[in-house]
Ligand binder design. Sequence first.
Ligand SMILES: NC(=O)c1ccc[n+]([C@@H]2O[C@H](COP(=O)([O-])OP(=O)(O)OC[C@H]3O[C@@H](n4cnc5c(N)ncnc54)[C@H](O)[C@@H]3O)[C@@H](O)[C@H]2O)c1
Length: 379
Amino acid sequence: MKVAVLRETNPNESRVGLVPEGVKFLVKKEIQVVVEKDAGLDAGFLDAMYEAEGASIAPDAASALAGADVVAKVLPPTVSEVGILEKGHILVCSLQPSANLDVVRALKDAGITTMALDLMPRITRAQTMDILSSQATVAGYKAVLLGANAIGKFLPMLTTAAGTIRPAKTLVLGAGVAGLQALATFRRLGARMEAFDVRPVVKEQVESLGAKFLEMELSAELEDEAGYAKELTEDQHQKELELIAGSIKDADVVVTTAQIPGRKAPILITREMVESMKPGSAIVDLASESGGNCELTKAGETVVHNGVMVLGPVNLPASMPYHASQMFSKNLVTFVMEMVNKEDGSIHLNWENEVLDGVCLTFQNEVRHGPTKEALGAA
Ligand SMILES: NC(=O)c1ccc[n+]([C@@H]2O[C@H](COP(=O)([O-])OP(=O)(O)OC[C@H]3O[C@@H](n4cnc5c(N)ncnc54)[C@H](O)[C@@H]3O)[C@@H](O)[C@H]2O)c1
């Protein structure tokens, strides 16, 4: 069995799908690895480091792909990149199918088997393969650093000969993987923290990180079977906005992460709320790519309104490519082993394995993922 690692072609992507540590693991399992020249360079992994772990280096993508069974990448390929893949290749990467229907169609037509790691079922057994979680951890951490960097204040309390500095107040909206990592990072920096999420089950996790959980009476159960938040009713949403308005006015840094799978992100911060905040404070909106949690957010930009900075960073994991790649690679390697028959080392796609079944987007010129198939039919 042979795994090819491609260099990312998007100029804004600095991660790599497999790091040298992943090569070491696969080579020990008698899996060959070939890495396209400079694939890990932007993330801090040199070709020589891959070679030291037993990989060979190919001068370009086409030679890396020759004879490969599995193709490892971070971002979805472009339609033209699909052109260099061959029928029978198993592509393993992040796909964001609803935003890339033309790519999905090209993959299906080309007979590529596509394993979309972002479709990983959110089950305990799959946690080690969950790229959404590993990359959200990076984003939550980095969001705090961006916020801390933007404000002209310390986050911790300081007692100095030049006076006492009060700790900054921070607020985290949405306490999923990214939000909890943001709280853990604010805590390391000594800030005061408040947090809110519509799923009451996270209260305990928020409090265990030393933050105050903002409570609201919610009449209905707001978590679905998969553990995701459901959309609020208009009345619930209004109550939520009132709760947030009460906390946000004296916050120095706000990190927002609230998402509803498959929908536009809910607006949690209105223009009026931004106007109630102190000049010099900052909002870091991690939902900027799905529409934003703040009414003023612009993806990829910093909007300054009445002195309040609204940051809408995109693809934050790529801004910390070393560890983001290391975590992505660990997820990917664990997933690749799900496809390997333990007895003879061959590839065996067992659809009774819920991980393989959940992640497989295209197979034998068919789209296997129901919602994407429907969306393609409608497109
Ligand atoms: N393999 C696993 O078992 C696994 C791995 C990761 C996450 N999970 C679970 O998946 C679920 C989603 O986690 P995620 O980090 O991907 O979440 P996400 O990125 O989909 O959303 C972030 C957070 O925003 C919250 N949110 C949504 N609408 C909101 C609103 N109107 N106001 C305030 N908050 C709102 C959500 O409840 C969630 O906590 C969680 O239950 C998490 O524990 C399970």
